[in-house]
Design a protein around this ligand. Structure first.
Ligand code: UD1
Length: 366
């Protein structure tokens, strides 16, 4: 009897837990999956709560790498994973996205001569000052199977001479958003808990190093949120990195006076319900740009470029950098929530991306 394909999936932080939720159950129908958590995100609210809410199997191994500089974090992942890879002896290593976990795992798989599959391959901001862009480029160049979320991603890989390894599968995060959106509306009590009316508030998130690590840029980011708060109060679930920077700048306490309500990070269901009920999203996250789009909520993106260009082309997302006036104008000019006519879900694979990832792995690497 031939052995089932053994797939070693490695995840490390919040968006990767969401992505693996779309893939894992399909993968496990035809392959043996071993799940490793690098420990890049370790706080309960950034990690465990996602496993519980999304029904993810608990990780088989924890690397426990924690926080650190890029070198420390990546090196810790490499050092911890190398002996495990030898022990587990997988046929395929599966990674997601563009984080330091993705990078470290890709290097170990490539040097261990294990075939690598990369979900969200081909995403490019063309901004090499972003650590995520470096991580993506390296992971893609080392992968044997490049699983793309969008046609734009496939074209990016064509330009880099990598398209023969590419398969367009759709966006796995969209699968989860489509499945869990209505569930979040029913199950989450976040609107009641925060005393909010549908459409009567904006939701903001910020965590990019390029936006929050420099005190001057952080001040401008707060100005953007304060300007948005003139349209509707801003609910701001604060990422730990951002909270630390705001505290260091003594800027946390002053937010409330500017109409910005800082709260702890939210689990998947609460965050999804909040976004779906909001007037607008203001963010520097990649995932939220899409989640807003899929929920027919306008998005104002605090970056100069985006990997998710379809959301901008469709008229539901605007890039404003850290310009408060541009952010204000964008919120006024973008469509109001609801009333979507463009086929948003189909643009991202119609909820079938996870299944297609499992099929592509079986057909190309099985
Ligand atoms: C990482 C990813 C980013 C992704 C994001 C999702 C990299 C380079 N960046 O950014 O692409 O969009 O995750 O959130 O991999 N911290 C905690 N508790 C935790 C985790 C982190 O307090 O559970 C704090 C630590 O002080 C840490 C800081 O947050 O130094 C940054 O965490 P890190 O995982 O390095 O990067 P993120 O900013 O989360």
């Amino acid at each position: 009897m031939t052995r089932r394909t053994r797939v070693l999936t490695v995840v490390g932080n919040r968006p990767q837990f969401v992505k693996t939720a779309a893939v894992s159950r399909h993968l496990r129908a035809s392959a043996d999956e071993i799940l490793i958590h690098t420990g890049q995100h370790y706080d309960r609210e950034l990690s465990d709560v996602f496993f519980e809410e999304l029904g993810l199997p608990p990780p088989d191994h924890q690397l426990g790498v924690g926080s650190g500089s890029h070198a420390e974090q990546t090196a810790a992942i490499i050092t911890a994973l190398e002996p495990l890879l030898e022990e587990i002896d997988p046929d395929v290593v599966l990674v997601y996205g563009d984080t330091n976990s993705t990078l470290g795992v890709a290097l170990v798989a490539a040097k261990g001569s294990v075939r690598l599959a990369h979900v969200e391959a081909g995403m490019r901001s063309f901004n090499r000052s972003m650590p995520e862009e470096i991580n993506r480029v390296v992971a893609d160049s080392l992968s044997q199977l490049l699983l793309c979320s969008t046609e734009v991603a496939v074209r990016n890989l064509e330009h880099e001479g990598l398209s023969v390894r590419a398969v367009l599968v759709g966006d796995v995060m969209a699968d989860v958003a489509l499945t869990f959106g209505p569930i979040a509306d029913r199950r989450s009590s976040i609107l009641d808990r925060l005393g909010l009316e549908r459409g009567g508030f904006c939701v903001a998130t910020a965590h990019r190093a390029g936006n929050v690590d420099d005190p001057g840029r952080l001040r401008r980011l707060v100005d953007v949120l304060a300007r948005a708060a003139r349209v509707a109060p801003v609910i701001f679930p604060v990422h730990p990195r951002t909270r630390a920077r705001l505290q260091a700048a003594a800027a946390l306490d002053a937010l409330e006076l500017k109409g910005i309500r800082a709260i702890d990070p939210l689990g998947y269901l609460d965050m999804t319900a909040l976004v779906r009920a909001s007037r607008a999203v203001i963010t520097d996250s990649g995932g939220l740009q899409k989640e807003a789009f899929l929920a027919s909520v306008p998005c104002v993106t605090m970056r100069e470029e985006t990997e998710w260009v379809e959301t901008v082309d469709a008229g539901w997302n605007r890039l404003v950098g850290l310009d408060p006036a541009a952010a204000h104008i964008a919120i006024e000019e973008l469509p109001r929530p609801g009333g979507r006519t463009s086929p948003a879900a189909e643009m991202y694979g119609g909820g079938k991306a996870g299944e297609r990832v499992a099929t592509a792995i079986a057909e190309r690497l099985g």
